[in-house]
Design a protein around this ligand. Structure first.
Ligand code: NDP
Ligand SMILES: O=C1O[C@H](COP(=O)(O)O)[C@@H](O)[C@H](O)[C@H]1O
Length: 512
């Protein structure tokens, strides 16, 4: 990687602490950062360089997958970190930042390259980019890249406004819009499994696939993010981005080359093929929304969403949604994609299940053997792996057929210590690889799809269902699949209530 100055706007915030500083450390430990770099932390509150370095050290101790080796190594790493107090609305501060940068360029031989990471509330994004230019920070010969956190807008019009503000300063190719799901090992692996194997592609279409299910379930509630979440809801928080991104990875055509634009072109074609909902009735028939009430999980009582901090006690925000999505193209016509996500569900997990159609003629039916459909399951989070469920003769039986699994459990083999999503994405942005970042046309098309749902929901909230915290969401989500003759496949191939995730998932280990 070439040298660079990294600017973390929002350096005293939660994302910087939990994800970004640990990512820098892992990259450094693996030799991916080199030595020609500086990291400047920026936020309003005052901090000395020493205090800031202590914050960084604490965050690494708490959240990184590597342990700090020894004090000498730490000092060597820490000297690359500087802090400057800056209000992003104050352009004078940016001139000062430019002066500091000139010194860092010289000290660390960064080549004038700059990566600006905006770990800030979205309403501040536009001002930062404008002030970066005004402050002279873009006047070097090196590259200048802007990394932007989600959410990218609240709907299509606000996303367009934000994008045009950014585009006044940065070219599209220099804007790296983060969707951290694209940095996850197994989300990236969808592409590899599909396009590097001979036996999936011939089956990957409406002739052989009955439906595809994408589940992103969380046990947490809104925690301390009620202020943001109550305004956003599950559809905007997860649907517009992570869920549609995974759907695109499953549905896209093989790119002719692995150039980032070729891959993103294929993904965009999927979004263009999504069947838009025509009216509120169409939305109600295909999308279920819910909000959790009080409940219990693992013997612990959990409060209702409306009783959470910073949530409006009359809130009609959805903490759950499930949708039937259609991709109207040659490959997928007639194959429903079911997507669901929710807070306060029984398990923290992300899985993608491909359910294959039944064989044309069940010769075992005469012996009263119903066959289970074949399933291919991508386990994204927290377990990582792929398994294939098929039918086989029960050993020693008189022709009893049982479902068996071919299980590639990546996390059992190497532990949950593959690079964190943020580590990979930071590295990619620093190398100029935009493959796993979202391009503007993807963002715009995703909002176009989601806005139709949000508009129908804004008309009335009578269709908002409730579900007890700790359950799998409103019954209507199961009924939606039942109408099509399907069911949600149990997570990890097991039935509800059978999975104790604590014992199933190996713990992440800390590397020394
Ligand atoms: N936290 C997470 O896990 C995730 C966060 N994100 C996104 O990342 C972004 C940051 O989130 P998060 O870290 O949780 O937010 P926090 O509220 O924890 O942090 C916000 C940061 O912005 C700084 N800040 C606020 N106003 C200004 C200002 N006027 N000038 C300079 N700095 C300012 C704050 O510091 P100070 O008060 O000192 O100025 C603080 O460092 C958001 O867009 C969020 O949606 C996305 C996915 C996950
Ligand atoms: O972007 C977000 O993602 C997290 C879930 O991410 P994961 O990597 O832990 O699965 C979610 O909790 C949060 O609400 C959302 O903003």
């Amino acid at each position: 990687m070439s040298g660079a100055v990294f600017y973390i706007f929002g350096a005293t915030g939660d994302l910087a602490k939990r994800k970004l500083f640990p990512a820098f450390y892992s990259l450094y430990r693996e030799g991916k950062l080199g030595h020609n770099f500086a990291v400047v932390g920026l936020a309003r509150r005052p901090r000395t360089n020493e205090q800031f370095r202590e914050d960084v050290q604490r965050s690494i101790n708490d959240f990184a997958r590597y342990k700090i080796a020894d004090d000498g190594e730490w000092q060597e790493f820490a000297k690359h970190f500087e802090y400057m107090s800056l209000d992003i609305n104050n352009v004078a501060g940016f001139h000062e930042l430019n002066a500091l940068t000139a010194k860092l360029d010289e000290r660390f031989q960064t080549g004038g390259n700059r990566l600006f990471y905006l770990a800030l509330a979205p309403e501040l994004f536009g001002n930062v980019s404008y002030n970066l230019r005004e402050g002279g920070l873009l006047e070097t010969k090196g590259w200048h890249r802007l990394v932007i956190e989600k959410p990218f807008g609240y709907d299509l019009p606000s996303a367009e406004r934000l994008n045009s503000q950014l585009r006044q300063v940065f070219e599209e190719q220099d804007i790296y819009r983060i969707d951290h799901y694209l940095g996850k090992e197994m989300v990236q692996n969808i592409e590899f499994v599909r396009f590097a194997n001979a036996f999936f592609e011939p089956l990957w279409n409406n002739k052989y696939i009955a439906n595809i299910q994408i589940t992103l379930s969380e046990t947490v509630g809104v925690e301390e993010r009620g202020g943001y979440y109550d305004h956003s809801g599950a559809l905007r928080d997860m649907g517009q981005n992570h869920m549609l991104q995974m759907l695109m990875m499953m549905a896209m055509e093989p790119p002719s080359r692995l150039h980032p634009e070729d891959i993103r072109d294929e993904k965009v074609k999927v979004l263009r093929s999504l069947r838009l909902f025509e009216n509120s009735e169409d939305v109600r028939a295909n999308v279920v929304r819910g909000q959790y009430t009080n409940g219990t999980a693992k013997g612990k009582s959990l409060p209702a969403y409306r009783d959470e901090d910073s949530v409006n006690p009359q809130s009609t925000t959805e903490t759950y949604f499930a949708a039937r999505v259609h991709v109207d193209n040659f490959r997928w016509a007639g194959v429903p994609f079911y997507i669901r996500t929710g807070k306060r569900l029984p398990l923290k997990t992300t899985e993608v299940v491909v359910e294959f159609k039944n064989i044309p003629n069940n010769v075992y039916l005469a012996k009263k053997h119903d066959l289970q459909p074949n399933l291919l399951v991508f386990r994204v989070n927290p377990m990582e792996g792929i398994y294939f469920k098929m039918n086989a003769k029960q050993p020693g039986s008189e022709g009893v057929i049982v479902p068996v699994a071919m299980d590639f459990c990546q996390s059992c083999q190497i532990g949950i210590n593959t690079p964190e999503a943020y580590e990979r994405l930071l590295h990619d942005a620093a190398r100029g690889d935009s493959t796993y970042f979202t391009r503007w046309d993807e963002v715009a098309l995703a909002w176009t799809y989601v806005d139709r749902i949000a508009a129908a929901w804004a008309e009335t909230s009578t269709d908002l269902k409730t579900y007890p915290a700790g359950s799998w969401g409103p019954d209507e989500a199961a009924e939606m699949l039942a109408k099509d003759g399907f069911k949600w496949w149990p997570i990890n191939g097991q039935n509800e209530g059978e999975v104790d995730w604590e014992t199933v998932a190996p713990k992440a280990s800390v590397l020394t």
